[in-house]
Design a protein around this ligand. Structure first.
Ligand code: 4AD
Length: 461
């Protein structure tokens, strides 16, 4: 047809276009700009083609009219095609809205990579009818959506805010190994692998390594992947998750909880002070309010009493399917923990868990040795997001703990040496980044807070 013969050439008489990412366009109003991105939406209205392009930094409306709307590329344009657009950036006419308050009046453009139409079209692959399995298989396409991309961008801001807060408080970042030969959080969730003929594991936590850094470089943190062979298909468990861990020397248990609270609150303040991350929080979680300080602190003993008073029971262990009251010494399981947090409605530090419920390395409460200087931070809607404790500082006590847990002390010689060569009181914590993000961005599951989430049976894409 006649229209298909329209071939565009870029007019050399026009002012040179400034190449820009969409995020940086505001100061370029009334100038000629060049933007590359993907077709996010399109509509035609009286022969004018309106395209919304996306480049990862934002959205931009482009207006194609006249010759530029009559090329072969224009007539066959599909969603998710990549395009290059050049034109004058103008304020949107009064009474109209567009992202950033401006639109690009295109004078030259081209398709860089055409996406298919028909059965293979993007919208036939990812749409409202896609079930969870489809969406998991198509995570690479799903993440082009406005919600998924907002969560992933907010995640980046969150990691930056955490680093800024930790550095401000003089913790130094280290990168511990993922391939290890020691366990931290019990044998049940270890991924085992063959390491040049020797047994090794994927790390469950970098805690033991962080502890060894204290006498060398001082208080430290890491943001590292941890791996848990959890056989639980819950909305808050991943097989691989991003673990923010910190370790501090010469602190008390109260100072440890103060530090965790400071880390979260100051990082949230940074996110709310930055217009980009504040806008993402508003988009994803419009009712978000920063938590009030100080966080409530509730001892394990008081929590058991609270659960009994509120009639929150736990599943019976006799296989009857019935429920029984919580008793001293019980683990507070996920369901009860979440109901408690949702009723209380604010962050809560649960502290002082019985030693037999917790890991081998935890320090006992002086004078009350059945219990440990341990804490879990619970958040409404998610439950536990941080686990922390003071660590045993005495070498003989630690050796006895290995024995009690049936752990061979030999591979832990380097961890034991921490007590031998100038021990110190110290403590630390691990924060689940996806869980914190689920709280901040109001996501139902941590699976939406990971780039490519892994859970039992899923390691693709
Ligand atoms: O309570 P956890 O098991 O504590 C530790 O690993 C300590 N060694 C950390 C330390 O003191 N350095 O795990 C810490 C946090 C949990 O509170 C939770 O937020 C997250 O890690 N987490 C998980 N997140 C997603 N999926 C899983 N399977 C997780 N397991 C733990």
């Amino acid at each position: 047809s006649e229209a298909r013969k329209v071939v565009l050439t870029e007019d050399p008489q026009l002012p040179q276009a400034v190449k820009s990412k969409i995020l940086n366009l505001a100061p370029l109003r009334d100038q000629r700009v060049r933007v590359r991105g993907w077709v996010h939406r399109k509509r035609e209205q009286s022969k004018i083609l309106f395209i919304v392009v996306r480049d990862g930094t934002g959205l931009l409306q482009a207006v194609l009219s006249g010759r530029v709307a009559q090329t072969y590329d224009a007539l066959t344009l599909t969603l998710e095609s990549s395009v290059e657009l050049v034109g004058k950036l103008v304020e949107v006419p009064a009474g109209q809205t567009a992202p950033g308050g401006h639109e690009l009046v295109v004078d030259w453009w081209r398709t860089l990579g055409a996406a298919p139409g028909g059965a293979e079209a993007f919208t036939n692959k990812v749409n409202e009818d896609s079930g969870p399995e489809d969406r998991a298989n198509l995570r690479h396409l799903v993440m082009r959506g406005e919600t998924a991309s907002a969560v992933l961008t907010l995640r980046a801001h969150l990691l930056t805010a955490f680093r800024a807060t930790l550095i401000k408080h003089q913790l130094i970042e280290v990168t511990p190994p993922c391939l290890v030969q020691t366990q931290v959080e019990g044998g049940a969730t270890l991924f085992k692998l063959d390491y040049y003929g020797q047994p090794a594991f994927l790390t469950q936590s970098s805690q033991l390594y962080l502890e060894t850094c204290l006498p060398s470089i001082g208080d430290v943190f890491c943001i590292q992947e941890s791996f848990r062979a959890e056989n639980s298909h819950t909305r808050r468990h991943l097989s691989e998750y991003t673990h923010l861990e910190g370790e501090l020397a010469f602190i008390t248990f109260d100072e440890l909880m103060d530090h965790i609270e400071t880390l979260i609150c100051e990082s949230v303040d940074i996110l709310l002070a930055n217009p980009h991350s504040a806008a993402l929080i508003k988009q994803l979680n419009p009712d978000f309010a920063p938590p009030a300080r100080p966080f409530k602190r509730l001892s394990y003993v008081d929590a058991i009493a609270w659960l009994r008073e509120h009639g929150i029971k736990r599943p019976a262990e006799d296989g009857s399917g019935g429920e029984v009251e919580h008793a001293m010494g019980d683990d507070i399981a996920e369901a009860a923990e979440r109901r408690m947090t949702d009723i209380i409605g604010t962050p809560v530090f649960l502290h002082g868990f019985p030693a037999e419920l917790k890991a081998f390395y935890m320090k006992r409460i002086p004078g009350n040795e059945k219990f440990t200087e341990s804490c879990d931070l619970l958040m409404p809607g998610v439950g536990e997001i941080v686990g922390g404790s003071m660590r045993m500082s005495d070498e003989q006590e630690l050796i006895a703990a290995y024995r009690r847990e049936g752990i061979d002390p030999a591979p832990y010689y380097w961890y034991t040496d921490q007590r031998k060569y100038g021990t110190c009181e110290h403590g630390g914590y691990g924060l689940g980044v996806e869980r914190l993000l689920a709280w901040l961005a109001n996501r139902f599951t941590v699976r939406d807070c990971s780039l490519y989430p892994r859970w039992p049976g899923r390691a693709t894409p």
